[in-house]
Structure formats: C-alpha cells, structure tokens
Design a protein around this ligand. Sequence first.
Ligand SMILES: Nc1ncnc2c1ncn2[C@@H]1O[C@H](COP(=O)(O)OP(=O)(O)OP(=O)(O)O)[C@@H](O)[C@H]1O
Length: 470
Amino acid sequence: MSEGQHNRLAATPSLEAGDSLWQACVEQLAQDLPEQQFNTWIKPLTAQVTEDFSRVTLFVANRFKLDWVRAQYAGRIAAVLEKLYGQPVQLELAITPRENVVRAYPAPAVAANVPVAEAAEPEEEPGGGTFKTRLNTALTFDSLVEGTANRMARAAAMHVAGTPGHLYNPLFIYGGVGLGKTHLVHAVGNRLLADKPQSKVLYIHAEQFVSDVVKAYQRKTFDEFKERYHSLDLLLIDDVQFFANKDRTQEEFFNAFEALLAKKSHIVMTSDTYPKGLADIHERLVSRFDSGLTVAIEPPELEMRVAILINKARAEGTEMPEEVAFFVAKNVRSNVRELEGALRKILAYSRFNQKEISIMLAREALRDLLSIQNRQISVENIQKTVADYYKIKVADMYSKKRPASIARPRQIAMYLAKELTQKSLPEIGELFGGRDHTTVLHAVRKISAERQNVTELNQQLHVLEQTLKG
Ligand SMILES: Nc1ncnc2c1ncn2[C@@H]1O[C@H](COP(=O)(O)OP(=O)(O)OP(=O)(O)O)[C@@H](O)[C@H]1O
C-alpha cells in the first residue's frame, strides 16, 4: 500500500477501512505463502480492526488452530500489517465465539474485540474429528536449527513429513539427551498436518504408550485401543528404550507396528541408543526398528550452538552479539537443553540488571556453571578454539601449510599459548608440529606488536581470551 493510501486509511478510520486493511494483508500473504498453507491457515481467518487501527483481532476456529497460527504466522501477519499501516499494529488471536458459548456465558465482559470464547474448549483438531494429536505446535522444522550434527536426521524427517508411508519406514532417530529428537518428531507431525490437515497423527511418549496398554487391560478396552492406534497415518513415538522389560507393551506395540506398516502408515521413533544397543527389548521388535532407516543426532558442533543461541535469543526478541554467542557456545557444549538454560540465565540477568548483553555479562550470569567447569587452559584447547574461530581445521595448527589464511591463525594460537600457559617457546613449538622456538618467538612478537595498533585484531584476541578463560 502506498503512503497516500495509508494516509487515506488513517484519516478516515471506519470499519470499512479496517476491512480493507485486513483485505490488503490477506492479498499480500496470498502472494508470500504457498497456496496450500494460505488456503489452510490464512483464508479461514476473520478479522476485527479497532477504529484507530491500533489493534487487529483474528478469529480462528479452535485452540489448536490458534496455537498454530500464533506460532507459525502471527509474526509474519503483524509485519505485513505494520508495513501496510505504517506503524506497529497490535495483533491478537481469539477463538471464534460459538452460539452456545455466548449463551452459556450470558453477560460476560465481551468487549467488542476481546471475545471470552478463549474459554471454549476446542471442538476438534486437525487429524480428524475429536482426535488429539498431542503435538506441540511450536516444535517445527523452521525453529530447528540445522547443522552437521542433525543434517541427516532432519533431511530424513522432512522427507517422511512430505511423503509419509514411502521411504524410511520406520524412521528410527537416536541420540543423547537434549539433542532435539523430540523436537524433530513433532516437526514431522506438524508439517504433515499443515500440508494435510485431515491426517491422523499421534505423538506419544513411550511411557504413555505403556500406560495406555495397562489401562486398556484394566478397563478391557482393547478394541478401542487398537482402533485408536491402528488407524493412524503417522505414529510418532518418543524414547522407545522405555519399553525395556515391558513384555505386554512390546507385544501390543509389535501388533500396532505391523498393522501400521501394512497399511502404509508411517512410524517415527526415537531412542537414546541405536536399535541393537537397546536392552531388554525382544529381538523381533529390535529387528523391526532397524528395518527402515536408522539415523543418529550428534551433539551440536560449535557453529550450530552459536546459531541456536542467536536464533533462540531472537525468538525472545533479543539480539545476541555473535561474540557472546561464541563465548557461551564454547563453554556450554553438552546439549541444546543446557544451551537454552544458559540463554535463559543471560536474558534474565540482562533484564534484571538492565544491562546490554556482553561477554562480561554472560560470564557473570553463568558464573556458577563456568566455575564448575574450572577448565585448565591447554595448548590443545587454544589450538581448537582458534581453529574454530577462524574456521580452519585443527590439523592446520600442526601442518606445514603456509597460506596466510592458515599461517595467521596459527601465529595467533602460538601467541595465546605463550600468553595463557606456562609452556616454554620450545615446548610450544613442539606442540605446533615440531616447529623451531624461533618461529614461535617471531609469531609472539608479531602478534603482540600488531595488537597495539590494529583494533580489529585486538578485539578478536579479546574474544578468544575471554572464551578460553571461560
Ligand atoms: N537444532 C535445534 N535447533 C533449535 N532448538 C533445538 C535444536 N535441538 C534441540 N533444540 C531444543 O532443545 C531442547 C531439547 O530438545 P529435545 O527435547 O527435542 O531433546 P531430546 O533429544 O528429545 O532429549 P530427551 O532425550 O532428553 O527427551 C528443546 O527445547 C528443543 O526445542
């Protein structure tokens, strides 16, 4: 919308103008989004715009859709509205009031555009009728950072979401705690439902499956149990190592497994270990687990950890400087859940103290965590950190290669080794591929002199030192 149009809208606020603002937004989204997504999620929305355009309320049919639109589209819609209107527009989502809800709450404080219908339970979720998917709509492919550690698992999962029932059935994803297995399986379900809302998708933790089996026994409701599980299009089952020693559950899972595969429904499983590493699970089940595609998720590498931190901070509305993300990622290595914990501490610390996020602030916020690590600075550590930072291979620290892109980081690492460890020049030379002590001395003098004059180098060294000192 042009400036002129914006002024016209603002000058004559009316319901009609509000409608046309929303209409313009819809038209823009129709151009931006794939047709199927637009038809499924945007087209059914109805909008109410306040007279001064400051607030737009979108009505959706049920809570599932509300969560989904909020997680997937609210940011984009708000941005389009802001662009069209020329200033930020407050966006709200609400469940469409139903006749019976209005009657059930005869005189609620239903402000024109803030319906109480939020109190209404959703009637149905995508996935058919009253079927509960148990999916967390925030866990999508879009919010899952890709890196070497999860590339293959993510690609396989995306393939399954796009064409379930074909290749990689079952898809077995394994890896250590907090590495994103649960996130990935939810992403498969969410993607399939976004594309084909009628699909029957169920996410279930293995322990819940065990409990469903027990309940079905106690209540003699096995027919319902079977009807429920065997009719799915996609079964996402988390942490199957919990089936260990549960014979009855294993048998029921085996039946469900066979039934689903026979009708070309897809099964995605996760576990803390690869199928043959599972203890106390029947061989016939283990071999079924391994009969499709088995992929690992590894702990995220440094670059991926940095990207995750920056992304998650952004999702919280904060820009985390790269050097701070690098510092945190270097010090929190175990898994993504811990990275999230560290990020939460830093954000809280920054808000509470009203201070900008910096390495110093991160160090304070994570003081306890860092002191536990109590790391000794070693030459190996310096080599690895410097190699990561300048994106060269650690092996280049010891190699004879001489291009500046390698020789310079190597000199920087030698300088830091002299600064931060007790090692002598000959010892350092030895650790850098058997180099002469005069080579080390040359590097130390060169970098230290340059540091005095070149601000950029001084900053880089500062970041490296902070990171190493943890
Ligand atoms: N690559 C990633 N990008 C963004 N967030 C991620 C990524 N990997 C994991 N996470 C986040 O880290 C947290 C832990 O991930 P998740 O719960 O999926 O791990 P898990 O492997 O299932 O662990 P567990 O075995 O303990 O259940 C979640 O909040 C998840 O969203």
